[in-house]
Design a protein around this ligand. Structure first.
Ligand SMILES: NC(=O)c1ccc[n+]([C@@H]2O[C@H](COP(=O)([O-])OP(=O)(O)OC[C@H]3O[C@@H](n4cnc5c(N)ncnc54)[C@H](O)[C@@H]3O)[C@@H](O)[C@H]2O)c1
Length: 351
């Protein structure tokens, strides 16, 4: 492991939407500096360099990983490059924050964990929503015991018409993306609910994935991933999490429309024997005996990439696990992979 100076020097590989958000987060984090970036796309490099002004601009991610000035790397590459880029970065002695999903396969994530732990490097995965105002408030309330025993959670991330046909064709290709709606949106939905539940150990997974909206995908595009996924995860101690995710589904009119006029909802509801908490609208529903008392809660809405970056940089400095820890990345990949296995076999999967 390279000795860290006063300032932690970061590089970003992959300069799409998340690459920009991470650059803004670095700029907002005291003691962190963006020194380098890399992307194969000339336009992407130029636009990124114009806005964020890194010292060095590379093309291939490997070039950035060879730069001794870089202490830590943010991986914002397509999913199929998460594992090779993360392993190369760790081999080069860099700490890593990798976008979601952590890897395509749970077995790969175990290799990442083994390497990061043996080399005492920080690994974290991109789940900025854990740092959102509402999630932070909800987690605090749950940790304080206000919900009592948590026994169930509902994780919802549904779009009526949102198959990502516009961005890099790899999103729709199973060999490159690892999956469709589940890997893309389900990872957010499941992780937020699981995190609020306290990251219990999954014991069994029963899920089904569907593809019914191929007609919305241009014929020239390869489309072999699911456009929706539904299922349930049971945890040690008996709690369960139910998830519902879709890129495309004929959603009913209780789901509101987004700015593009397409139905979309994203929500997490966690049930405890003393109270239930819902992120959107943000509220607490407490057991008062005969009835339930409703309380509106306050918490900032929106993705907190800056909070996530501050936590990553702090973990590098202190050697403490980041909030989005390497062990949790393994558990998350185990759950996602088990949904696909369960769907394929038509059976519940025991982890
Ligand atoms: N956290 C979030 O909310 C969030 C949102 C969107 C995307 N993501 C994740 O971020 C990742 C990237 O998504 P995206 O939408 O920006 O994808 P994208 O395809 O638009 O961007 C990926 C970039 O990687 C570059 N690239 C590919 N191979 C490279 C190489 N060998 N060297 C250097 N650059 C290379 C491409 O040129 C491209 O610009 C995905 O894993 C996705 O799941 C996360």
């Amino acid at each position: 492991m390279k000795a860290i100076g006063d300032t932690i020097q970061l590089g970003i590989v992959g300069l799409g939407w998340p690459g920009h958000r991470h650059a803004e987060a670095i700029a907002a984090t005291p003691g962190a500096r963006l020194v380098a970036c890399a992307d194969l796309g000339e336009q992407r490099r130029e636009e990124f360099a114009r806005v964020h002004r890194p010292d060095k601009v590379y093309v291939e991610y490997d070039e950035l990983l060879a730069d001794p000035d870089v202490d830590a790397v943010i991986v914002g590459l397509p999913n199929y490059l998460h594992f090779p880029a993360t392993m190369s970065a760790l081999a080069a002695g860099k700490h890593v924050l990798c976008e979601k999903p952590p890897t395509l396969h749970a077995a790969d994530m175990r290799k990442v964990r083994a390497r990061a732990k043996s080399d005492r490097l920080v690994y974290s995965f991109g789940r900025q929503a854990r740092f959102d105002g509402r999630t932070v408030v909800a987690r605090r309330l749950i940790e304080s015991g206000r919900l009592g025993n948590i026994y169930f959670a509902r994780a919802l991330f549904v779009r009526s018409r949102g198959i990502p046909v516009g961005i890099g064709g790899w999103f729709l290709d199973k060999s490159k993306a690892g999956g469709g709606a589940l890997i893309d949106l389900g990872v957010h939905a499941i992780d937020t609910a699981w995190y609020l539940m306290g990251c219990p150990k999954a014991e069994t997974v029963s899920g089904t994935v569907f593809q019914h909206f191929g007609s919305l995908v241009p014929e020239r595009m390869h489309y072999d991933v699911e456009d929706s996924a539904y299922g349930q995860i049971r945890f040690e101690g008996g709690a369960a999490l139910h998830f519902e995710v879709s890129w495309a589904a004929n959603l009913s009119d209780d789901i509101p429309s987004n700015a593009q006029g397409k139905r979309e909802a994203h929500n997490t509801i966690v049930y405890g024997d003393a109270a239930t908490i819902r992120l959107s609208p943000f509220g607490l529903f407490e057991n008062t005996g005969d009835t339930v008392r409703d309380t509106r809660l306050e918490g900032a809405v929106g993705s907190n990439f800056a909070g996530q970056m501050a936590n990553f940089v702090d973990a590098i400095r202190t050697g403490q696990d980041p909030v989005n820890s390497v062990d949790q990345a393994v558990d998350l990949m185990d759950m996602l992979e088990a949904v696909y296995r369960s769907s394929k076999s038509g059976r519940e999967v025991v982890l």
